[in-house]
Write a protein that binds this ligand. Structure first.
Ligand code: 5GP
Length: 118
């Protein structure tokens, strides 16, 4: 379900430069920044600038080209920060660990702890 009428999410506020973050990549529609609580040596959140979609399934159904752009940005971030070797995680739903209901991927790279999950 779309959530465009909701209060701005924390990620919308980062995209609007209302909340500081270390931004590592940006396109017209996508923004990527370092996670505030990194779970790996490289931990970047890649998200849409608008919060129309709550999770990856909604984004895939509603705007597959935007999902492709998000994944492409994630790949470029990984090329730059961890030699193109990375995990891409979309937590979907509270019981799966999703805490921000504005679609985003975690790029995790570097030396991961056994069993680490974002
Ligand atoms: P989720 O748990 O929804 O999959 O991922 C949300 C992520 O956003 C978490 O890894 C959390 O650390 C990160 N996060 C939450 N608030 C902020 C913030 O204000 N700044 C940044 N850079 N990351 C945040």
């Amino acid at each position: 379900m779309a959530s465009s009428g909701a209060e701005p999410s924390i990620f919308s506020r980062i995209a609007a430069r209302e909340i500081p973050a270390t931004i590592v990549a940006e396109t017209d529609h996508i923004i990527a920044f370092n996670d505030i609580a990194p779970q790996a040596p490289v931990h970047v959140v890649v998200t849409t600038k608008t919060q129309q979609y709550r999770n990856v399934g909604e984004l895939a159904a509603g705007d597959p080209a935007l999902l492709a752009e998000l994944i492409a940005v994630a790949g470029r971030v990984a090329e730059e920060h961890c030699a193109g070797e990375y995990r891409l995680i979309f937590n979907t739903g509270a019981s799966a660990g999703q805490t921000v209901f504005h679609v985003h991927a975690h790029v995790l790279g570097g030396t991961l702890e056994e069993g680490t999950l974002a």
